[in-house]
Ligand binder design. Structure first.
Ligand code: ZN
Length: 118
């Protein structure tokens, strides 16, 4: 998991967590769990079962094994996701993606910048 990405989301873009929580669940509680994990340095073992559920279900997908949006957009016909790389964003690139608001893996970022240069 990427705590600095989580920190960025909680401080600047908490609606990302909000959007991940279904309407019937309590998104304020999920945000509380995110802050708790940040506060204890990522120690998810300290969470209660209920908090852990919030964390694993609504928060972890935002900060671990995050899918690359792809530069070309998904191609439903060929079943391709539009990503030229592994389809996942590297942990070390993740915080930058949230800062840039561009959910692309390194390979796609490279292609994207090349296309913008042309
Ligand atoms: Zn990609």
């Amino acid at each position: 998991m990427n705590l600095s990405a989580l920190d960025h989301i909680v401080k600047n873009n908490p609606e990302l967590i909000d959007e991940n929580v279904p309407a019937k669940a309590d998104s304020a509680a999920t945000l509380g769990v995110a802050k708790l994990v940040l506060g204890n340095g990522g120690n998810v073992d300290a969470l209660t079962d209920k908090q852990r559920f919030h964390f694993d279900t609504y928060i972890l997908p935002l900060i671990e094994n995050v899918e690359c949006d792809g530069v070309f957009g998904p191609d439903m016909e060929n079943g391709e996701d539009g990503c030229v790389g592994s389809g996942r964003i590297d942990d070390e690139d993740l915080e930058g993606c949230y800062i840039m608001d561009e959910m692309l893996c390194q390979e796609c970022q490279h292609v994207n910048h090349k296309m913008q240069e042309d």
